[in-house]
Design a protein around this ligand. Structure first.
Ligand SMILES: [Zn+2]
Ligand SMILES: [Zn+2]
Length: 283
């Protein structure tokens, strides 16, 4: 199919907008209160210019799973994951830059059959990736208004769960965004199951908790009922590992317990019980 015109890329968040017209004055994703316009104002650059200055890196993470990132880091440093299954490969989340070498590296792993994205902060280059691999793009319908680069291959799915292939299920968890989605990969973590969470459940730096926020950069919390909704949405799924939206944000094992104690910590904090609880180290 015809390739889209070279898109404009927001330098603060990585959102793409169509390249066949002038870029908007302000990035729609950054002007939402869950993001921010950079201190020095809105910056756009053409994808082709950025692709000449960056590398799309593809690195093995565990059997059947590869991390897809951009070096040097750009925007919010998004990291995507390629889940390889006998029925085709799922690109979970997306990044803002796809170089020719990156495209070749992904093609050598079998390419991308479907792209699914946790929420609008990772929509980034889905149109570019969809063109490169003739891939379907699955985005939750509740966030359709946040798509900044429309594309005929985008399909907005509705409801609470969507099966993909290879046993993978998309789960609408909500929270950070109304259509906030996580992916359950039962083959992950040596078949103990893995959850790919973006920042719907954000793995925090100590990797012993996850966090839940409406806006991470602007530090706006969610109501407890929304956090409980996220937890309830994944409660019946078996998983032992969580891959967050950044390469160092992984809970390698015990992730079910991590979610339970993180929800409890959130409840305690919003109830005003800020009592400096310490976990033994290491847990
Ligand atoms: Zn932006
Ligand atoms: Zn986000």
């Amino acid at each position: 199919m015809a390739q889209s015109a070279d898109p404009h890329v927001c330098l603060t968040c990585g959102a793409h907008v169509p390249g066949d017209r002038a870029a908007p004055e302000v990035c729609p994703t950054c002007s939402d209160e869950r993001q921010y316009v950079g201190l020095h104002g809105q910056g756009w650059q053409r994808h082709a210019v950025l692709a000449a200055e960056h590398t799309t890196v593809v690195d093995p993470v565990e059997p059947g799973l590869y991390g897809v990132g951009v070096e040097p880091s750009i925007a919010i440093g998004q990291r995507a994951l390629l889940v390889c299954t006998p029925e085709g490969n799922l690109l979970w989340d997306c990044v803002g830059i796809l170089t020719d070498a990156g495209r070749d590296a992904l093609a050598a792993l079998g390419g991308v059959r479907t792209i699914a994205v946790s929420h609008p902060h990772f929509y980034t280059g889905v149109a570019t990736f969809a063109d490169a691999f003739e891939a379907e793009v699955l985005l939750h319908a509740a966030d359709a208004a946040h798509v900044t680069h429309p594309h005929p291959r985008i399909r907005h799915w509705e409801g609470e769960r969507q099966g993909v292939f290879g046993g993978i299920t998309l789960v609408r968890a909500g929270g950070h965004f109304a259509g906030g989605t996580v992916a359950h990969w039962p083959e992950g973590a040596e078949r103990r199951g893995a959850l790919l969470s973006g920042d719907i459940l954000q793995v925090v730096p100590d990797r012993r908790f996850v966090g839940f926020m409406y806006s991470y950069p602007n530090l706006i919390p969610l109501p407890v009922r929304e956090v409980e909704r996220v937890a309830a949405a994944i409660d019946d799924l078996p998983f032992d590992r969580i891959y967050g939206g950044w390469s160092d944000r992984v809970i390698a094992t015990g992730a079910k317990d991590v979610v339970a104690r993180s929800v409890e910590r959130y409840r305690r904090a919003l109830a005003g019980r800020l009592d400096g609880v310490r976990l033994p180290w290491p847990s």
